[in-house]
Design a protein around this ligand. Sequence first.
Ligand SMILES: [Mg+2]
Length: 388
Amino acid sequence: MGKEQKARVIFHVDMDAFFASVEQRDHPEYRGKPLVIGGLSGRGVVSTCSYEARRYGVHSAMPMGEAQRRCPQAVFLPGDYARYREASAEVFQMFTAFAPVVEPLSIDEAFLDMTGMERLIESPRAYAVRLKEEIRQRVGLVASIGIAPNKFLAKVASDLEKPDGLVVVPPDAAGVRAFLWPLPVRRIWGVGEKMARHLAALHVRTVGDLARMDSARLRAQFGAKTAAQLHALSFGLDDRPVAPRSEAKSIGKEETFARDLRRQEDIDGVLLRLAEQVGWRLRCAGKKARTIQIKVRRGDFTTWTRSRTLAAPTCYDEDIYEAAVTLYRALAPAGGIRLLGISAQNFGAAEELSLFDAERPQKKENLYRAIDGLKQRFGENIIGHGHT
Ligand SMILES: [Mg+2]
């Protein structure tokens, strides 16, 4: 507070009834029906259920027997976690394509830090609409998104209009209060059932009641540390950064073809497309790579990888393409090609590249910033280097 800080733009993206939605996507016969996923044995609990089942009062963490009593007509499934992980990987791929910084929270939710993207996108809301649409079209699942100046508010916001929600919290203090204060205190991180009862006994039911509570009284009730935290959150204050949990060791892209490729120009065309996609992802992640690797799989499944270390780390399409083509020419595999892949590895830590920093004078970076701006706005495939 007090000190003027650059407003952050944080998305919290949370898939709606994730496991149940994957099942309904893959099994049309489950659509529109109550569906409960969880341990089917004696002491199993519900891990997810469809919105149809929630109408009967079924919710996650409920004992399976209780769920069966409340909604006996539901379809009960043990869950297919390999398939959920696969869907999760696809969704996270989309997050990384849309946002420069992604912090995974669980298999189906993440914080995306969009700060600095303001110049490249029409508006956070429009960008979120596009992300939701892209997830719906490419993965066949529905996400809810909360947009706010910090993680706490973004998480509260994503939950408010589920399913298929999109809630934007205004970044200014008055807007934050108008959003937050009418909500029940249970919406605050760390306020469980027990603390909510304790607060209700003190006539504190909404976040606004909590914000207005005398701070000495709050400290006396909950101790200095908890009181300070409750007070800050009740004003919507939270300065924790969005921190990617683990750094990717490589950024890559591969394509499998319906029919094996034989003509050199087709192969070069694919390598160029892959180089552009890898370059784009590197620039989004603010990374430059020293090593470029290709993966080649022939129709008979013989597979090769070849890599090459560059004189200087790069994030540019043409450098990646050149390295890939050189590697491919040297390998010169005979026969039809079933799969081609390019990955960039060995990230240069020394040079921090800021894609969204307007003060960079170099022509190449300006050019790529313009290209990437269009890609952000109109999708990854809008511009290519002379191929279709
Ligand atoms: Mg979820």
